[in-house]
Ligand binder design. Structure first.
Ligand SMILES: *Cc1c(COP(=O)(O)O)cnc(C)c1O
Length: 402
């Protein structure tokens, strides 16, 4: 097949298919990437700091550090907060595996806190109960990672109060949540946390293809993370153990990684930032319409905490299975068979074989498991027109057989 035919073939395959999420790329975004391609710098140029400043300014935080993924940013965040063998990291079971894996990368032990049945975020009362027991056992966590599931912020004020009492650090996994607010302030300002992480994977709110960012107010923490994202190498004389040997000189003073973002990616990200508010308000309009049109169906629509303005990354519904004649799996399959690219967020992390091999078992986090047995993420992205949304709703209505 020649490349042209192959392309048509692929678009035919995609024709009529409605994914659960997808990027929105404008002519301006394309031009921004092309401009970098004909510039002097493909990486380590001016686009990366420009993007970082744009996100940091938007969030009202001191420092933004762009990396090649949110996973990388979570990893260096954990190292910088001193996570090591013998320490504990706690997160939500209702998340992507990366929120937990970052703890294992540091040889720490990972545990989970069950979710709130209304927000599907880490439950603050479950967290408090678990902390009381952990204190008695001398196993308090060094780091807790609340995940702003579907873009809805966790109850950060209460989590901060617990952190001050029990002495743990907080990393917000805000991979779903750029553009959202908590108590009227932007998510990412780190008012209640040490570090906030965003992801720019194409299904997320804005994209850099692959990419992520860490937001920090503390300069020492920021410079540690800056070092770790680029091999642990510094060119700053103030950080060196002795005077530079010459103009060529740099020193490796820590064991770091190559977690850098390229200028191509950062230029795309900076251009996407111009439409962030528009993206989030479009997502909210789609959500409001789903809320209305699903009201008479045997499903639970996502509840929004009054303290939050969600980034609205996902629109997860829960099936009221006792009112249905068919199973969760059958509804999911019926939607997929009609080209509705629904998905399921998330398979509880402790149910993954790798985590089961670490000792977790079914029944450990019943709220997350019960949610998993009923949830379906409906298509949610700025380009989802009312016509496409009606198509989703028609197929869903049919699939539910009510
Ligand atoms: C997408 C996602 C990540 C990982 O992001 P990458 O940029 O793909 O590494 C981590 N946590 C959550 C909650 C996510 O949704």
């Amino acid at each position: 097949m020649d490349p042209k035919e192959q392309k048509e073939d692929r678009s035919n395959l995609m024709a009529g298919f409605i994914p659960y999420g997808r990027q929105d790329i404008s002519e301006e975004d394309i031009q921004a990437v092309l401009d970098v391609l004909s510039s002097d710098w493909l990486t380590q140029g001016p686009a990366v700091p420009r993007f970082e400043q744009s996100v940091a300014r938007y969030c009202g935080v001191e420092y933004g550090l762009a990396m090649n993924s949110a996973t990388s940013a979570l990893h260096v965040a954990c190292i910088s907060l001193g996570l090591k063998k013998g320490d504990w990291l706690w997160t939500s079971p209702n998340t992507f595996v990366a929120s937990a894996n970052c703890g294992l990368y540091c040889d720490a032990q990972v545990d989970f806190v069950d979710i709130d049945p209304r927000t599907y975020n880490m439950s603050v009362s479950a967290l408090e109960k678990k902390l009381i027991v952990a204190e008695q056992q001398g196993k308090l966590p060094k780091i807790v990672i609340p995940v702003h599931f579907a873009g809805q912020p966790c109850e950060m004020k209460s989590i901060r109060t617990l952190a001050d009492h029990y002495g743990f650090k907080i990393i917000e996994d805000a991979s779903h949540a750029i553009g959202g607010e908590y108590l009227g302030e932007p998510i990412g300002n780190c008012r209640y946390s040490d570090i906030t992480i965003f992801s720019f994977h194409p299904v997320k709110i804005i994209t850099t293809a692959e990419g992520g960012m860490a937001l920090i107010n503390n300069i020492e923490l920021a410079s540690k993370m800056d070092l770790l994202r680029s091999h642990g190498i510094t060119r700053d004389p103030a950080q060196m153990t002795h005077e530079a040997d010459g103009a060529w000189y740099y020193q490796q003073i820590a064991l770091g990684y190559n977690y850098r973002m390229t200028d191509l990616q950062a230029a795309l990200g900076a251009s996407q930032m111009n439409r962030l508010d528009e993206f989030v308000s479009k997502r909210h309009a789609i959500a409001r319409r789903y809320d209305e049109l699903l009201a008479d169906l045997p499903v639970t629509t996502p509840w929004q905490h009054p303290d939050s303005y969600s980034g609205m990354h996902l629109y997860p519904i829960r099936l009221k299975l006792s009112q249905l004649k068919i199973t969760h799996r059958e509804v999911f399959d019926a939607l997929r068979a009609q080209s509705i690219g629904v998905n399921l967020h998330y398979i509880p992390v402790h149910m993954q074989p790798y985590y089961q091999s670490q000792g977790f078992k079914q029944g450990d986090f019943p709220e997350a498991e019960s949610y998993y047995s009923e949830a379906i993420s409906l298509p949610m992205y700025p380009g989802l027109t009312t016509d496409l949304q009606d198509q989703v709703l028609n197929v869903l209505r049919e699939a539910l057989q009510v």
